[in-house]
Design a protein around this ligand. Structure first.
Ligand code: GLN
Length: 380
């Protein structure tokens, strides 16, 4: 057996969801919303299952979705892409895997930023890469330019950058994006940009991709997720966008991972991207209001939160809240004693985890959030 998988625990999101189900806990761990529901997209998928092809679609995605993705980016991010720059994948995790397999050769080094989504490190390692970890400064989750420079060697080939960032819900500072662009150009790096949270940026802020920074257009793989845009995380429809020479190589990796993605779901996502701008904005505003509601409730319990500007997540700072437990012990305690599941932020560190931060998913109905707050109040 490959030792990477043999020695690896089950992903924290799956493990916590299983524990939550077994304990009858309210699951604020794994990131998925319980609303709002987009009936137009779901109806389009039902129609397509009945009336359109259920056979293999084109390997790189159906033309309708390869057209709808650039149209959506043009409207929302002033980004000009062509259909030949889109490769549809079975979710963003497949896209990250395909991008790493396509870009790196055994022994190549890849820069990863901590806290990091838990799939990145094993995917880099399984592709034969060597991860170089750059730890973000927890005071504002900014990149330390010196630490970044010190992590680069002649073998560095790529970086993986998550913006907006899961787990902390921060948006990258423009100066940090400019810094990354300079470093990529200087060292001839490919940037694999996991931007699955791009439609869930709050407080009127505007997402701007690293792809739009000087020199990045030809060296960026921009990854997006319909599951996040439409709150349909189980659909596993994502995409990679890259300049044609890079996109052609990405497609080669994708063709021997999943090969294609269900055509009916692709069709429904294409319809949704073309027609659901108002719903997408409404869903974003609803999640923002849920964030505010949940944070107010946490503050009422004497818990201090770290500002969240995007995603489904907000973190509690246990140390600042005067809770004398580490994050893993706290998550164990609240799932067992309060019946609320959350995720310890140490799961997002490969080394030197801070140990005092706990992530909660606030993308839930008010009644669910209120019930979780009541349970925490009774147990704390
Ligand atoms: N992205 C989700 C989260 O952060 C988890 C996805 C998964 O479980 N693979 O909670």
């Amino acid at each position: 057996m490959n030792p990477i998988y043999r020695d690896m625990p089950t992903t924290i999101f799956e493990a916590m969801s299983m524990r939550a189900r077994a304990a009858g806990a309210i699951n604020l761990g794994q990131g998925f919303p319980d609303g709002p529901r987009n009936d137009a997209v779901i109806d389009a998928a039902c129609d397509a299952l009945q009336q359109r092809s259920n056979q293999y679609p084109p390997m790189v995605g159906i033309p309708e979705l390869r057209g709808a993705v650039p149209d959506w980016y043009r409207r929302h991010q002033q980004l000009e892409l062509g259909p030949d720059e889109v490769v549809v994948t079975s979710g963003a995790t497949e896209a990250i895997a395909a991008a790493l397999l396509a870009v790196i050769s055994p022994g190549d080094e890849v820069l990863l930023f901590q806290p990091l989504y838990d799939a990145y490190l094993p995917l880099v390692q399984r592709a034969g890469g060597v991860a170089r970890l750059v730890t973000l400064d927890p005071s504002g989750w900014r990149i330390d330019a010196e630490a970044l420079a010190a992590s680069i060697t002649p073998r560095t080939r790529a970086l993986v950058f998550n913006d907006p960032m899961n787990p902390m819900g921060t948006c990258a500072h423009p100066d940090d994006l400019a810094l990354l662009a300079r470093i990529c150009a200087e060292h001839d790096l490919i940037a694999i940009c996991d931007e699955v949270w791009e439609a869930l940026v709050y407080d009127g802020a505007q997402h701007r991709s690293l792809m739009q920074y000087p020199g990045m257009r030809e060296r960026t793989v921009k990854i997006g997720s319909a599951g996040k845009i439409f709150g349909l995380t189980g659909w596993k429809v994502g995409w990679m966008c890259a300049a044609p020479p890079l996109a052609r190589i990405l497609a080669k990796a994708h063709q021997f991972l999943t090969f294609t993605t269900p055509p009916n779901l692709q069709w429904a996502v294409a319809q949704g991207l073309a027609s659901q701008d108002d719903w997408i904005a409404m869903a974003r505003d609803q999640h923002q209001a849920s964030r505010d509601f949940f944070c107010d409730g946490l503050h009422g319990l004497g818990l201090v939160t770290v500002p969240s500007a995007a995603t489904y997540f907000v973190s509690v700072d246990l140390a600042a809240s005067g809770v004398a437990m580490d994050d893993v012990a706290f998550c164990d305690a609240i799932i067992d004693q309060a019946g609320v599941a959350a995720i310890p932020i140490s799961a997002f560190y490969a080394e030197a985890a801070p140990g005092h931060l706990v992530r909660f998913c606030f993308a839930k109905e008010r009644a669910t959030l209120q019930a979780a707050l009541d349970r925490l109040a009774a147990a704390l």
